[in-house]
Design a protein around this ligand. Structure first.
Ligand code: C2O
Ligand code: CU
Ligand code: CU
Length: 531
């Protein structure tokens, strides 16, 4: 690591938040023009929670309060740092007051929701300690599993890791008609890996804690913990009955990818993805879930004998898919990055390590009648690209120890011409993770990136994998669910992924970025403008 790289690194991780605040003074209060159906207060504040035996863990977490609307809009998580589940209905006009009781700037983003610019949580809208921000939007999304999390400039990874994130469940008439398992038969699982020190406090390798030692490899590959929490607490065995359950899975980890399967190796029935219900159910042997992605499934225990035990697991896959060998070789610990990798990641579990996530025990016999409808929803617009649709390539490249999108990194205000689109227009965007030549040094600097577009659900049109990468690729690719609406897509090393996106009708400045939060914070993010 050269002195130049270190300076650049410190500049990017240093007192960066201050800049964000000074840019945003005066943008925080909006007039309360419209009358809302639902009004909530969401407070971000430091807190403590007993996560492990012994000392409680200091966390940052969201707490919510219903000011107006159904009291069931907010469902608090107990003994957890997880934010409350927000239950919204399609068509509701929502007002949310964010209160920042954190010691640093923050702003909330509603991941997956199509909202106006002022409600999207762009980092330039961050508010300082003690300030409020009022969001106003109408829920125009389909029923589905969405989520919310902070989005301040260069501090997203740290704030999410310390506990700031929560689930949004949107419902609508189409979904309600299916009478899917609900109430106690609906299980929401937010998967997040964490690391604790000997005093039960979270360990997060921020740039500043590494100081002049050089840029930690961990910040390039992303944060990895050594255990996985479910819904912001240690997983406990779920006691279930012989009936069908709806299991919604969300990867809220900073960078870890999961290869999810039940321990009986049975096929998993998938009914939805990031943007809600599929057209019809599909099955998978396992599910690949990258940071930011959600998948909606049915776990039917009707024919299981009482006493059955099952575990939701993450299966093993090659860590080379998400690792930077730093010098030509494949796999962690080879080449010039070895020393740094050891220092920064000695206690973390490598990506691709097998994990037990959630134990389930079938304890009661109960009969319910539930038949999964063969048709779940209708996709509009049709997902075939219209003739003459503009195609644009977003190249993922790596140089000077960082990832870039088309050679550019993030700037609060910068938008290139090719990043400007017309409201409501349809485009193909191709994310190319094989750019800059596919051989040699550059080829070994490639890892998978979950690419996310704000404000829109898109369709995955096409994936093409470089033959060189195909063997490892296949250890995860069968777990993709590309049949549904997506707002985050995992682009594997050596892969090109084309998505079809019809941009929002809301004009303004929105973001697209890698949802590996360390990558995002280091600038693997860009604005796009809707005009
Ligand atoms: Cu969930 Cu800009 O991200
Ligand atoms: Cu988002
Ligand atoms: Cu990335």
């Amino acid at each position: 690591m050269t002195a130049l790289h270190r300076r650049e690194f410190l500049r990017r991780f240093g007192l960066s938040a201050a800049g964000a605040v000074s840019l945003t003074r005066g943008t925080r209060s909006q007039s309360h023009r419209t009358s809302a159906d639902v009004e909530l207060e969401l407070r971000a504040a430091p807190s403590t929670v007993a996560l492990l035996p012994g000392s409680p863990t200091r966390v940052w977490s969201y707490s919510g309060r219903v000011i107006k609307g159904p009291p069931t809009t907010i469902q608090t998580m107990t003994q957890s740092y997880g934010g409350p589940i927000l239950r919204l209905q399609h068509g509701q006009r929502v007002r949310i007051q964010l209160v920042n009781d954190l010691p640093e700037p923050t702003i909330v983003h509603w991941h997956g929701l199509d909202v106006p610019e002022q409600a999207d949580g762009h980092p330039r809208l961050a508010i300082g300690s003690g300030q409020r921000y009022t969001y106003e939007f109408e829920v125009i999304n389909r029923a589905g599993t969405y989520w919310y999390h902070p989005h301040p400039h260069m501090r997203t990874g740290s704030q999410v890791m310390h506990g700031l994130a929560g689930i949004i469940l949107v419902s609508d008439g189409v979904e309600a008609a299916h009478k899917l398992p609900a109430g106690a038969d609906e299980i929401v699982c937010v998967l997040q890996d964490r690391r604790f020190d000997e005093r039960n406090q979270f360990v997060y390798t921020s740039g500043m804690s590494i100081g002049m030692m050089g840029m930690p490899t961990e910040m390039m590959t992303g944060f990895l913990g050594d255990r996985v929490l479910v819904n912001g607490r240690l997983p406990e065995t779920l006691s279930l009955a012989t009936r069908p359950y709806r299991v919604r899975l969300m990867n809220g980890s900073n960078s870890r990818v999961y290869k999810l399967a039940w321990s009986d190796d049975g096929p998993i029935t998938v009914i939805g993805t990031d943007g809600g219900l599929l057209e019809r159910p599909v099955t998978r042997r396992y599910l690949t879930l990258a940071p930011g992605e959600r998948v909606d499934t049915i776990l039917d225990l009707s024919s299981r004998p009482v006493g059955t035990r099952l575990t939701l697991r993450s299966l093993a896959f090659p860590s080379s898919l998400f690792d930077l060998p730093m010098g030509g070789g494949r796999g962690r610990g080879r080449g010039m990055g070895r020393g740094m990798a050891r220092a920064a990641t000695s206690q973390s579990l490598p990506m691709g390590a097998p994990l037990d996530l959630l134990p389930v025990s079938v304890d009661r016999r109960e009969h319910t009648r539930f038949a999964l409808p063969p048709r779940l929803s209708t996709f509009e617009p049709a997902w075939q690209p219209p003739p003459g649709v503009p195609t644009r390539t977003v190249r993922i490249d790596f140089h000077r120890m960082r990832f870039f999108l088309n050679g550019r990194d993030f700037d609060l205000a910068d938008v290139a011409e090719e990043e400007t689109v017309k409201a409501g227009s349809t485009h193909i965007w191709e994310f190319d993770n094989r750019a800059s030549g596919s051989r040699g040094m550059m080829a070994s600097m490639r890892m998978g990136h979950p690419i996310h577009l704000h404000g829109r659900q898109f369709r995955v049109l096409r994936r093409q994998i470089d033959p060189e990468y195909a063997p490892d690729y296949r250890s995860l690719s069968e777990g993709f669910v590309d049949e549904g609406w997506k707002d985050t897509v995992l682009v594997m090393p050596g892969e090109r992924v084309q998505v079809l996106v019809q941009f929002s009708r809301y004009p303004g400045l929105f973001l697209y970025h890698c949802h590996n939060l360390e990558h995002e914070d280091m600038g693997m993010m860009r604005n796009y403008r809707i005009v």
